[in-house]
Every structure is written in structure tokens, then in C-alpha cells.
Design a binder for this molecule. Sequence first.
Ligand code: ZN
Length: 165
Amino acid sequence: MKCLVCGKEFQGTVCPICEFPIVEIPGDYEAGLRTLQPVIRSHREAFAEKIHIGVMIFEYEIDNGTIRETGSRKKFFGKVAEMMHRKKWLDTVFENPLSRKSMDIHMVICVDGRKDDNRTVSIPTPKTEGKISLGIVCEDTFCFYLIVKDEKGNEVTSRKMEIVR
Ligand SMILES: [Zn+2]
């Protein structure tokens, strides 16, 4: 069964991710869906308030010509509700790893404060010199894109990704 709110495939009677129950309605499927639409919409809006999307940021220092990782931290773009059809950028700018064709970015996705998912997204590096910014846009409660922007405003976008897997 696929959850009507978050798209998660699951067995049982309640979605393990967003807690939307399986609803049984007698009669026509389409008519049932129409009846349920307001309930699905309001649950989806409430769910979008609870999901935070972020990235892991790694810090380096150069010591006697050797590059060393000195730490990492999570940086959140915000809630899915704030990024619905609207790009949201991190307030930090980063070095563009121009020598590499692509960057592997570690995404952090939290539902209700729990770290729900952790995945790496490979995204091409912008072709120009200068700093880069990272952004997110959500297409609906199910999907998002990661965006990299260079100083001139040229954007490179990831493939579409599901928020809940
Ligand atoms: Zn769900």
C-alpha cells in the first residue's frame, strides 16, 4: 500500500513515516479519493511542517601543505513547507571544487526531529570560478531538487529526489 500523504510504501494500517492511516471507503475509487482530498491535503500540509532538509558541511584546514578535515556539521535549509515551489538558499557560500566534475553532497532529512534518512547526491560542479551557493526546492510533499548556483546566478540542478523512501 502506498501512503496517500507521503508516498511511502508500507504494510499495515498506519504509515510509519507520516502516520496517515489506511482509509477504506466503499464504492467508487475516484469518488472516495475526492471525498478524502481535504483530509489528505490538511495532513500533507501538517506533514510538510515536520520535515527538515539539510546537508552535511565539512570543514578543512591546510596545515603545512596537507589538507585535513577539522569537523563537520549539519546545516538545514528549512522545513519542506517553506520550500514548496519556492527556492530556499543556505546563507553560507562555499568554495567551488572546480577541479572535480561533480560533488557528492550528503543530504540530511529529518521527520519530526528524527533523522529519517541519509543519502548522497551527486551534482555537477558549476563551470565558473568563484563561490557557490546551495538551495532546495520541493515540488510537492514527495519530491525535491538540490540546486547549486554560482556567483553569476547560473544554476545546476540535481535529478528529482523523493523525500521519503
Ligand atoms: Zn505517509
